[in-house]
Design a protein around this ligand. Sequence first.
Ligand code: FES
Length: 158
Amino acid sequence: DQRIDISLTINGETRALQVAPWTTLLDLLRERLDLTGTKKGCDHGQCGACTVLVNGTRVNSCLVLAVMKDGAEITTVEGLASLQGPGSNALHPLQEAFIEHDAFQCGYCTPGQLCSSVGLLNEGHAKSREEIREAMSGNICRCGAYTNIVDAIEDVMQ
Ligand code: FES
């Protein structure tokens, strides 16, 4: 059973891990580290439910192998509050906005929507509703809460 040593900083905590070369970042987070906030929808890069931040950039964690991200900083939905400062329990402004705008129904896609929208905020280019909608088009919501999701993101972008 071949294992490879990697180091990842996950939600601010650096961890030494031994992983099989075929383990996806998504499976590492969910199955090994119990960070089950990140969801597995399609496992094929089509739904966005598994979106996390890798060095501040949004990534479909089902599409990357954990070994490819050796040395990276990973932020999952569980760690978004920590972006507000070390040891912070304050929700990220986008989390607050999702609550305020009722930007979910069943909630399954929400961790991915949140991580993707934080990544979009980092990218800094989406301003109009149309641009936000386009930039978020990789995150599918089967309940169709798109209007409220865009409302929440627009609120924070302004
Ligand atoms: Fe990764 Fe659907 S589970 S994109």
